[in-house]
Design a protein. Structure first.
Length: 257
């Protein structure tokens, strides 16, 4: 059902079984996929594409212009996949021409109230941003990561898959996959054991990741020597250990320790 008070531009494309609540605004060029539900007083700006079966709650701002001084009104986009949940007062911004022009969000993510995704971010699948979590521009978040409430992540940081960032954490460097990070300036506190158990990681995989963590961060070796030792160990055959090493080698900001 589309409420009669909704303002929809004729050039917006809305698929079947979409619900839109009172006083929402849908601008031209917006695409809304099959079965998506949009609450009252939601604003969806030009350049936004929303997939199937998403839920967007009241007062969310979707696809607003980026908060970047270099942005001069160019046409950019926000691409949202399927089955995402966007709670009250969430803000998701479009990209900038200098950052590729696209903010991209995958499938099955949960954005809790007041969380913010800035321009040119790339978010994978099954990611959770708790209440008030804030992403600056150009951030990459891999699948299944969890960002705790009132946390803030510096621009250009990368957050690895299955990482957990606790509430009130300030992230200025990359956070490795499978790890737990916390603190006013994020530090690692070992593996995200709760998350790994919830996602049914095997005992063998967990042991391999623990061993890799000890070698890299507790052996007293330089990072390069520690990584070489992991590569020479049998645990390097595990896909998760390989991803861990790949993440470190391709980090541009450096990694939290």
């Amino acid at each position: 059902m589309i409420h009669p008070t909704v303002v929809i531009d004729p050039k917006a494309e809305i698929e079947e079984e979409v619900e839109i609540g009172p006083y929402s605004v849908i601008e031209k060029g917006v695409f809304i996929g099959h079965g998506t539900k949009i609450g009252p007083h939601v604003v969806i700006r030009e350049g936004t594409q929303i997939g199937k079966r998403c839920q967007i709650f009241q007062f969310a701002s979707i696809g607003e212009a980026p908060q970047a001084f270099a942005y001069k009104g160019e046409k950019t986009s926000l691409l949202i996949g399927d089955e995402n949940i966007v709670r009250e007062f969430v803000t998701l911004h479009r990209g900038t021409p200098h950052g590729g022009g696209k903010t991209m969000i995958g499938n099955g993510n949960y954005f809790m109230a007041y969380s913010h995704v800035a321009h040119d971010c790339q978010i994978g699948n099954q990611v959770i941003l708790a209440n008030g979590a804030t992403l600056a521009g150009h951030i990459l978040i891999e699948d299944y990561a969890i960002i705790g409430g009132l946390s803030a992540i510096h621009q250009f940081c990368q957050i690895g898959t299955h990482a957990f960032i606790s509430g009130l954490t300030g992230v200025t460097l990359d956070i490795l996959p499978y790890m737990l990070a916390s603190g006013s300036r994020a530090k690692l506190y070992g593996l995200n054991m709760v998350g790994l158990k919830r996602h049914h990681f095997s005992e063998e995989t967990v042991k391999a990741l623990k061993k890799a963590y000890r070698i890299i961060f507790r052996s007293g070796l330089t990072l390069e020597k520690a990584m070489k030792r992991v590569e020479e160990d049998e645990i390097s055959q595990m896909p998760e250990a390989q991803h861990l090493l790949h993440f470190i080698r391709h980090s541009k900001r450096g990694i939290s320790r």
